[in-house]
Write a new protein. Structure first.
Length: 268
C-alpha cells in the first residue's frame, strides 16, 4: 500500500489545469468540497461527476495514477460502508437474527461511499496539479487580509509548505525501509493482514527517526541561511491572474447553481 500512495504528490505535466492560478484552484477545490453537501439525492452526482471527469481529462493526470491514491482510503471506505449498511433503520430488505439491511441503509451506504471517493479525488487534484510552493503562495495570498489582526499568515503557510514537501520524502523513505526489510527476509507485502499490522512497527519506528532527523537538519539549514518570518521577502515568480483564471469564477458559480437546480427539480 505504501508503494502505491500518490496522494499529496505533484504530477508534472503541461495541461490547462496546471497552468491555472493556484489561488483559483484552491477556491475551486473548496467550492467542490462544499458542493458535495448541497444535495441529498443521486441526481446531484450527475453534475459533480461530469465536472470532475472534465477536470481529470483537462489535467492530463492518468486515471491509474488517481486510483493508486484511492488505495489509502480503502479501510475507511469499508468501515463507513459497513456502519451505514447495518446500522441504518428503515424498510427491511434482509434480516438474520440481530443483523438487518434496510433500503435506506443501502441508499445511504452508496451515497456516503460516493461522497467520500469524490472528496478524496477532488482534493487530490489540487496537489496533483500544483507544486507545494504554489500552494503555499496561494494560501498566503488568500489569507493576507488576516495580517490586519496580526495573524502570522506567513508562518502558517510555511508550515503547510514544509508538511506538503515532506509527504513525498516520507513515502520515499518508507519504500526504502520496506526494501531493506525485504532484503533481510521479511516478506511484509505478501503477509496476512494481522502480520502486516504487527510488522508495521518495524517500518514506523525507523520512519519516525528519519523524519525527526530530517526536521532537525532542515531547521539547521534555515538558521544557516538566516531565515526570518518577520522579514519581508520578495518572490521570484509572483502570482498573476490571467483571463482564463477570471473566467473560472463564473464557471464555479454556474456549477453550484446547476447542482442546486438539478437536486430540487430532478429528485432520485
Amino acid at each position: 500500500m505504501i508503494r502505491n500512495m500518490t496522494i499529496g504528490t505533484y504530477y508534472p505535466v503541461d495541461s490547462p489545469i496546471h497552468r491555472l492560478d493556484p489561488r483559483i484552484k484552491l477556491i475551486a477545490v473548496l467550492v467542490f468540497l462544499v458542493s458535495l453537501f448541497l444535495f441529498s439525492s443521486f441526481t446531484g452526482y450527475f453534475v459533480v461527476t461530469f465536472c470532475l471527469l472534465m477536470t481529470v481529462c483537462l489535467s492530463r493526470v492518468p486515471v491509474s495514477h488517481i486510483f493508486k491514491g484511492m488505495r489509502a482510503i480503502v479501510f475507511l471506505l469499508i468501515f463507513t460502508s459497513i456502519f451505514n449498511l447495518f446500522f441504518t433503520s428503515g424498510d427491511i430488505l434482509w434480516e438474520w437474527q440481530f443483523i438487518h439491511i434496510t433500503y435506506q441503509g443501502v441508499r445511504q451506504t452508496i451515497f456516503m461511499a460516493m461522497r467520500l471517493i469524490y472528496l478524496v479525488v477532488g482534493s487530490s487534484m489540487l496537489t496533483y496539479t500544483s507544486t507545494p510552493g504554489q500552494l503555499t503562495e496561494a494560501i498566503e495570498s488568500l489569507l493576507s487580509w488576516l495580517k490586519v489582526f496580526r495573524v502570522p499568515v506567513h508562518d502558517f503557510a510555511m508550515m503547510l509548505s514544509l508538511a506538503l514537501r515532506f509527504i513525498p520524502l516520507l513515502l520515499s523513505e518508507a519504500n526504502r525501509i520496506l526494501d531493506a526489510q525485504n532484503a533481510r527476509g521479511a516478506d511484509i507485502e505478501n503477509a496476512g493482514f494481522m502480520k502486516k499490522m504487527r510488522s508495521m512497527v518495524s517500518i514506523l519506528v525507523p520512519l519516525l527517526v528519519s523524519a525527526t532527523r530530517r526536521a532537525y537538519e532542515l531547521g539547521l539549514a534555515m538558521e544557516a541561511r538566516c531565515y526570518s518570518s518577520t522579514r519581508k521577502n520578495t518572490k521570484m515568480k509572483p502570482l498573476r491572474m490571467r483571463v482564463t483564471d477570471f473566467l473560472m469564477l463564473p464557471v464555479m458559480v454556474g456549477y453550484v447553481v446547476a447542482i442546486i437546480y438539478v437536486d430540487r427539480n430532478f429528485m432520485l
